[in-house]
Structure formats: structure tokens, C-alpha cells
Design a protein around this ligand. Structure first.
Ligand code: TUI
Length: 312
């Protein structure tokens, strides 16, 4: 499965693990990289020194490439941006905003910069300011989402830019990967399925809820606040959507999801917490190691794409 993305990043398979807030810490990132994909540490709302320690922990486990995702709405985004440059992390992905102001610093540090985009306009802007690739993320994804689905976003972004495109949103098996490659992507990013891997340190309640989830079990909160977030439906999403429909103030709503992610991931409170997950939860059936998952994905994809000229 050699593509422009495997060559750009120096990895075996064009499979990137999403930089999920609170979920993507060093055990997961190291295991994914060790298995031939690209592991990513999710900096989310964490302070810069926590991110530095996570980077150092991955380096103790593997000498394979890995990345850091910077959530640009974080109050620590600026400090984290400096830490990844100091640590000369190989790959930086960004989410929930535009990373333009950090681009010069990162390029000078030799970092491969891959912003997540949810529109053609932002993809073009990222290419102009020096991005090495973009992740086109459809609204099937978990967490903070855009408007368009993966099916329509990926081919339009692939037509609009010269740099390689990575597809994300709704992909959880070889069929999804094969489809993404057919749409013009050179790689995929997956989050939800990696939540249930053995090396992922989220609470077992969170994993069990992802595995039990059916096709229609996610909800999007915050459409009216400008911060739409997809999570598995529970008491929290029910209350949120009720309050949102009643016009509750922004701060009151935001507290329910932001603080809620910690409650779900760490405390295992999957009733009152925010169990962020993509729509692909319905496709996720069992727990396995990162290596087992990646090998399964590669086998499925190769069987479907045999004879297609998708690889280099
Ligand atoms: O960032 C994500 N997913 C996330 S971040 C996150 S932490 C959080 N928790 C609660 C509330 C808010 C955030 C959980 N999940 N995905 C990448 C992504 N980026 N999806 C969509 C976008 C995006 C959207 C609009 C990127 C840029 C953008 O516009 C930027 C601009 O300036 O035009």
C-alpha cells in the first residue's frame, strides 16, 4: 500500500490514527506507529509540558515516525506549537481552526504539517501557506465536525489541491479505506476504531459503549453554538439538545461537552460524560490490538483494490 502519504511520512501503511482529545495519549500513538501506521498524540486542551512528556514517552517505545495533533481552540495552542518545533516532531496535524500563523516556525523546524480541513476553501488556503498534505474530514467523524460528508468532501478537495489528501470520517474497515482511495485520497485517518484497541487507555465503559453502538446512536450537539460535536447519545446529549432547543446560554451548554469528555474517558461516566465517537461506531464490533487492527485493515483493503492502480 505504498502511496504519496507512506512516502511523505516514512510509514508502512497509509493509515493515520486520529489525534483524539483525552484518548490519543502516548500508549496508543506508540502502538499505532510500531504497527506501521502513524500514531498521533492528541494535545487537545492539555498544557505544553504534558505534550512534551508524551512526545518523550513515545520516543522511549518506538523509533518510528509519529505526530502530534494541535487543537487550535486550546488556550495552550501557542505554547504547544512551540514545543513541537523544539522537539522536532516529524508530523503535526491541526484541528478546529487554521494553523497559518505557526507555519513558518514549523517549516523551519523541518516538520511535516497536515491540517484537518472541512471545506475546499480551507484546503486551498492550507496548500498556499505551505501545508504538506491535508486531512479532509467529513461530518461522520466524532468530536468537532464540519458540514460536509466524507463522500462529497474528499473528491472535491482532491480536485482542488496538488498536495496529497487524507480522508477521514466514517472509515472503520477495508471497505472504507478502499472507497477513500477511489475518491482520490492517498491515505486515511481513523479515530473511532482505535478507541477500542487494547493499547488505548480509555475507560472500559467507553470502549463497551462504542462496541454496543448501532448505526443511529450518535448525536450532534452545539449546532447552534457554532461548535458542533458528535458523540454517542446518552443522558448528557439528551439534556444538551433539550437545553439547546430552549435557547440556553452558550457557556452552560459548552460546559456539558468540554468537561464531559474527561468524565467519560477517565471516570468511565458514560451517562453524564461526553462519549465522543464517529458514526462508524456501528461498524466497530470487537476489541483488538493496534497491530491486529492495522493488519486486518490492510488485508481487507488489498483484497478489494487488487488490480486497481491506486498505489505507487
Ligand atoms: O478538531 C477536530 N475534532 C475535535 S477537536 C475536539 S476538542 C473539543 N471538544 C469540545 C468542543 C470543541 C472541541 C474534539 N474533536 N477535528 C478536526 C476538524 N477541524 N474538524 C473540523 C475542523 C475545522 C472546522 C472549521 C477546521 C477548520 C475550520 O475553520 C477554520 C477557519 O478558520 O476557517
Amino acid at each position: 500500500m505504498k502511496t504519496e502519504i507512506t512516502e511523505l511520512l516514512g510509514i508502512t501503511y497509509p493509515i493515520i490514527q486520529g489525534g483524539m482529545a483525552w484518548v490519543a495519549e502516548y500508549h496508543l500513538a506508540a502502538a499505532v506507529s510500531q504497527a506501521g501506521g502513524l500514531g498521533i498524540i492528541g494535545a487537545a486542551n492539555a498544557p505544553a509540558e504534558w505534550v512534551r512528556q508524551q512526545i518523550q514517552e513515545v520516543r522511549k517505545i518506538t523509533d518510528k515516525p509519529f505526530g502530534v495533533n494541535i487543537m487550535l481552540m486550546s488556550p495552550y495552542a501557542e505554547e504547544v506549537a512551540r514545543v513541537v518545533a523544539e522537539e522536532k516532531v516529524k508530523v503535526v496535524t491541526t484541528g478546529a481552526g487554521s494553523p497559518e500563523k505557526y507555519m513558518t516556525m514549523w517549516k523551519e523546524a523541518g516538520i511535516c504539517v497536515i491540517p484537518v480541513v472541512a471545506s475546499v476553501a480551507l484546503a486551498k488556503r492550507m496548500e498556499r501557506c505551505g501545508a504538506d498534505a491535508v486531512i479532509a474530514e467529513g461530518c461522520e467523524s466524532g468530536g468537532h465536525i464540519g458540514e460536509l460528508t466524507t463522500m462529497v468532501l474528499v473528491p472535491q478537495v482532491a480536485d482542488a489541491v496538488q498536495i496529497p489528501v487524507i480522508a477521514a470520517g466514517g472509515i472503520a474497515d477495508g471497505r472504507g479505506i478502499a472507497a477513500a482511495l477511489m475518491l482520490g485520497a492517498k491515505g486515511v485517518q481513523m479515530g473511532t476504531h482505535f478507541i477500542v484497541t487494547e493499547e488505548c487507555w480509555v475507560h472500559e465503559n467507553y470502549k463497551d459503549m462504542v462496541i454496543k453502538a448501532k448505526d443511529i446512536d450518535t448525536r450532534v450537539t452545539g449546532r447552534t453554538t457554532g461548535h458542533p460535536v458528535r458523540a454517542l447519545r446518552n443522558k448528557m446529549t439528551n439534556e444538551y439538545l433539550k437545553k439547546e432547543a430552549e435557547g440556553a446560554p452558550f457557556e452552560e451548554l459548552e460546559m456539558l461537552t468540554l468537561g464531559g469528555l474527561r468524565r467519560a474517558v477517565i471516570d468511565g461516566d458514560v451517562k453524564n460524560g461526553s462519549v465522543m465517537s464517529g458514526q462508524s461506531a456501528g461498524l466497530v464490533k470487537e476489541k483488538m490490538t493496534c497491530r491486529e487492527l492495522i493488519e486486518k485493515l490492510v488485508k481487507e483493503t488489498e483484497a478489494l483494490t487488487k488490480g486497481c492502480s491506486l498505489y505507487e
